[in-house]
Write a protein that binds this ligand. Structure first.
Ligand code: FES
Length: 108
């Protein structure tokens, strides 16, 4: 069967391409800073910030993984809305709403 191209079909294809490209340019990222080093990571639903960082080879400092030592503390620069509320342990560690314990902060 021969495929016929018309001006209208070419315009529709162009519009589809632009829409398909839209999500990749708008992909959410979480920007954090630890010990004055900025990092960006891609969120994965229901995972801990620390686990995502390590999977993405972001060398975050951490120790206990229980929310007690505070070594995994990061400042969230962007993407706070992608995280669940601060846990009880996080509230005990800091009053700063942008400071999160990477071992406790979970992605929505
Ligand atoms: S690793 Fe100790 S509080 Fe997160």
């Amino acid at each position: 069967m021969e495929r016929r191209l018309t001006v209208g079909s070419l315009i529709k294809n162009k519009q589809r391409m632009e829409i398909a490209e839209f999500p990749s340019t708008m992909q959410s990222v979480i920007k954090i800073k630890q010990n004055n080093r900025p990092f960006q990571l891609l969120p994965i639903s229901n995972e801990l910030l620390l686990d995502i960082a390590l999977k993405q080879e972001i060398p975050l400092d951490y120790k206990c993984r229980k929310g007690t030592c505070g070594r995994c503390a990061v400042e969230v620069l962007e993407g706070q809305n992608l995280l669940y509320r601060r846990t009880k342990r996080e509230l005990e560690k800091s009053q700063n709403v942008n400071m999160r314990l990477a071992c406790q902060a979970r992605i929505k």
